[in-house]
Design a protein. Sequence first.
Length: 399
Amino acid sequence: MQRKTRVVGAFVAALALAAAAACSDDANGGEDGAPEGAGETFEAPRLIDMVNESNRLLFELESAESRIVKGCLEEDGFTVHDELFFVSGEFEPEDELVRADEWGSWLPSVEEASQYGFGSWRFDPEADPDEVEAYMAHKGFEVDSEAMGGPEGGGTGGTESEFAALDPREQFDWYTAYQGEAAALDEYGYLIGEEGTEPEASEDEVYTGDEFSYMQPEPGGCLREMIDALYDDLRLVEDPEGGKSRGAYWYYRPDNPMDDGEALEASQVLFHEGIAAVQNELVDCLAEHDRHGWEFGEESSLPVTDYFFELYEGEGSVVGDHPDLPDDAPDDYEGKKAFEIAFAVDLAECGDETGYRETAEEAWVASQESFYVSIETATYAWQEEVKAILAEAQEVLES
């Protein structure tokens, strides 16, 4: 436990120094323009407010875009819509940005492991429905079949929706009015007997230069009218060269710093560095419980899901980097469930004994702090840009 404390203490201290170095010595922001208070406690209202404001603005932007496009469609005589294209999640303010248990769900508590294992047993046909329901309630899982809609109908309530009741040609005409003929043919050409462009992946060929396995058609129709009215940066973004599949896709909104891949990757590197030492201790602890062959993957988790999928579905049912099942692994449902629970308890106890759980929780929170602090200045600039776009959208809607 003392070793764990030293590892995390050094890691958090390093992050604190890095955050302090990134900010001005001046408490009021300094000459570099860093926001007041940058580098303070992660749960400070400043950062929570920043993220909530970004989420609110994004919700308003999506809503405004949808209203403009719908208005355009209805002016052209299209009054029945595929509502999937106009769905945006409700804005709900966050009280906190990060919860310590978000680093992974593969390591249950000892109490949960003793009762439920990993919950993999619930997929077996012999699982007791009442036990499955109890587990789902324990995990807070909800399944709303009505909200999911059917396999048809474009997300407007399933096969009974007004849009699904249209004939295929009418549906295709709507998609054409929405995004232009080229894009409609690409995605929905099957409605009129035309084949769209399927993204391809080659086992041998790599794509370089101006070679692509898929290139998205340029948007047209009412979508393009909205883009031209609000944005001046419609751009084709190309995937990097050298892959066995490579696409090019159209973007028009300003890049949201919350989606900054480099910043996200940097925070993940910090997380991996913060738990590297204790990962070895956890694997050693499992070996002491006669659970051999385990290794952490790129996502800093153990492949327990694949391991138990193979237990319940049979050897060779999943391809992964998990250890082989023991030769004496049970082949009946009750035996498999007992095996799963026993393994889960061993893993959970090792998580406590080695300090892995606490180390991962602290390292995760620290890595997320580094992410939000790193994008703070860019986020405030993005918010101002979105506010200007919203003002333009209001003028369009009122015209």
